[in-house]
Structures are given as structure tokens and as C-alpha cells.
Design a protein around this ligand. Structure first.
Ligand code: IPE
Ligand code: IPE
Ligand code: MG
Ligand code: MG
Ligand code: MG
Length: 303
């Protein structure tokens, strides 16, 4: 494969901020305004969502959509859908019966700020509204395209995707997993939603299979590198920087590649994955430099 020289300078922070702004404006209008007897659940949905997450999954949707000339009005809805679904996964991940965490995105977790029942319901509300957003004709004029987004997101979030990964993650505390099993756990728990995020742009753009395969391949390497660096941050960073408790994985007997390869070995693995992810995008030349910069940033990220 020919790798084109990159000529375009990238300001990744500016690109991330611009995409986050567009997605947050969409989320603001898409999430229900708290009203009526059930307002508390909707307040908690907003509390969990508007807490300053990095908005990486929406960025991936917006950037991959650009590769296939998708209108921003369409892309931003798919970006909002994956962000609310991801936020639901965090609300439930933090629950006392799961990771039992008190801090998320720099403030008390939803069950701490509200109560456990409200956090469960707010998570359910965020999960289901993701599909409502995708199903609306404003997401794409073609019902086939909308249906494909819905079915792909359902698969990515379901029991053979993110939920399956969370199940292995919980069970792993009671048994020792091999490196391959830890990678499977990470591919499901974290990778599946990244795969959806990258493929969504190609689905919206009705791109050919080869493009969709390439988006998935980039996402798989990106997702694994992302979770390795999440696990690294748990060992090397601080709660001030990450906005969530650190040192928890070891304490809870979580299976991570750090426990298998050590810090340097895990970093080397992440570096290899990032290089491969970026080589996959070489096909798109200058159009993909933001996506390449995002993968490269993973290795040095502090939050
Ligand atoms: C945290 O994801 C959960 C994992 C999948 C490891 P992010 O690090 O993307 O969290 P936010 O959205 O920025 O808070
Ligand atoms: C959570 O993984 C992944 C999902 C929510 C699906 P972690 O448990 O490692 O995420 P953090 O470290 O709490 O953000
Ligand atoms: Mg967890
Ligand atoms: Mg957790
Ligand atoms: Mg973690």
C-alpha cells in the first residue's frame, strides 16, 4: 500500500473542541427537558451527559462522516446517539453492583448525585433515546440507512458487544484470563462502540464495503489501544487529571493487559496498534489526518 505524505497540519484540540460544541448543541435539543412527575430521571440523564466527557466517539462519527461527504446535520445526530449510549454505559458501569465508583467526569457519579434507582432509570433512558434519535428521518432520508444504523448500534451495545464485555469484566475478578481473553474482553466492552462510531460515517455515506471494512479495521486497533491506555491511566494517572478514581482496577482484581504485559509491554502494544490504525487510513490522504492525529494522541493522553 502506498502511504501518502501528510502535508496538512492538524490542530487536534481545535478539531475536538469544534466537534464537541456541535454535538453538545445537538444533545441539548435532543434530550428531554425535565418535566412532570418523572422529571428526576430526565434531570439525571442531563446530569450524566453534560459533564464534560472527551466526546471521542462523536468525534469519530463526525470525522469518518467527512471522509464520505455526509452532511453535518446528519452526522451530528448519529454522533449524539453514540454519546448518549456511551454515557448510559458509564452510569451503569459506576453503580455499586458494578465498579462502585463515586467520581465520574470530575464530579459525583449519577447514583451518588441522585440515588441508585434514578441512576439505573437514567441509564435506561439514555440507552433507549439513542435509538429514537437514529430512527428519526432527520438522521438520514433513507429508512434503510437508519435501520442499518439502529441494527449496528444494537449489536455493538448488546450481549455480543459492550454488554458481553462488561460481563467478562465482572467475571474476570474471579478467574485469571489469558492475554487473548483480555483482548476479547476489551474488544467487546470498549471496541464495539468505537467500531460503531467509525462505521456510522460510512453507513451514512452509503460507502462501499471496502471503505466500511477499513473503518472497522481502524476502529478495532483504535479501540484496543484506547482501552490499553485507559488501563494505563488507572495505574499512572491521578483522579484530578482523569476525573475518575484511579488505582481501582488492581484493587478490584480487574483483568487488564497491564497485569499481563506490564506498563512498558502494554505501551508497546498500544504503539503497535496505533501505527497499524494510522496505516489503514493512509488511503484517504489528507482527509484523514485528524483521525490519525487522534490515534497518535492516545499514547500520551492524560485523561
Ligand atoms: C471511559 O470512556 C470508559 C471506557 C470505555 C474505558 P472515555 O474515556 O471516553 O470517557 P469520557 O466520555 O471521556 O468521560
Ligand atoms: C468501562 O470500562 C467500559 C464501559 C462502560 C462499557 P472501565 O470500567 O474500565 O471504565 P472506567 O475506567 O470506569 O471509565
Ligand atoms: Mg468497568
Ligand atoms: Mg469502571
Ligand atoms: Mg478503566
Amino acid at each position: 500500500m502506498q502511504i501518502r505524505a501528510q502535508t496538512k497540519a492538524v490542530d487536534l484540540n481545535a478539531a475536538l473542541a469544534q466537534s464537541a460544541k456541535a454535538v453538545e448543541a445537538a444533545l441539548e435539543s435532543l434530550l428531554p427537558q425535565p418535566t412532570g412527575l418523572h422529571a428526576r430521571a430526565q434531570e439525571a440523564m442531563r446530569y450524566a451527559t453534560f459533564a464534560g466527557g472527551k466526546r471521542l466517539r462523536p468525534f469519530l462519527v463526525m470525522q469518518t462522516a467527512r471522509l464520505f461527504d455526509v452532511a453535518e446535520d446528519n452526522a451530528v445526530r448519529a454522533a449524539a446517539a453514540i454519546e448518549v449510549l456511551h454515557t448510559y454505559s458509564l452510569v451503569h458501569d459506576d453503580l455499586p453492583s458494578m465498579d462502585n465508583d463515586d467520581l465520574r467526569r470530575g464530579r459525583p457519579t449519577t447514583h451518588r448525585a441522585f440515588d441508585e434507582a434514578t441512576a439505573i432509570l437514567a441509564g435506561d433512558g439514555l440507552l433507549t433515546i439513542a435509538f429514537e434519535i437514529l430512527s428519526h428521518p432527520a438522521t438520514h432520508p433513507s429508512a434503510d440507512v437508519r435501520c442499518e444504523l439502529i441494527s449496528n448500534l444494537a449489536r455493538a451495545a448488546g450481549s455480543d458487544g459492550m454488554i458481553g464485555g462488561q460481563m467478562i469484566d465482572m467475571k474476570a475478578a474471579e478467574q485469571t484470563l489469558t492475554a487473548e481473553q483480555v483482548m476479547l474482553l476489551q474488544r467487546l466492552k470498549t471496541g464495539a462502540l468505537f467500531e460503531f462510531s467509525c462505521e456510522a460515517g460510512a453507513i451514512l455515506g452509503q460507502a462501499r464495503k471496502e471503505h466500511r471494512d477499513r473503518m472497522r479495521s481502524y476502529a478495532q486497533d483504535f479501540g484496543l489501544a484506547f482501552q490499553i491506555t485507559d488501563d494505563l491511566l488507572d495505574v499512572t494517572s491521578t483522579a484530578e487529571k482523569t476525573g475518575k478514581a484511579v488505582g481501582e482496577d488492581k484493587g478490584q482484581g480487574k483483568a487488564t493487559l497491564i497485569s499481563i504485559y506490564g506498563i512498558d509491554g502494554a505501551k508497546a502494544e498500544a504503539r503497535k496498534l496505533i501505527a497499524r490504525a494510522n496505516a489503514t487510513l493512509a488511503h484517504y490522504g489528507d482527509k484523514a489526518v485528524e483521525l490519525q492525529a487522534l490515534a497518535t494522541y492516545l499514547l500520551d493522553r492524560e485523561s
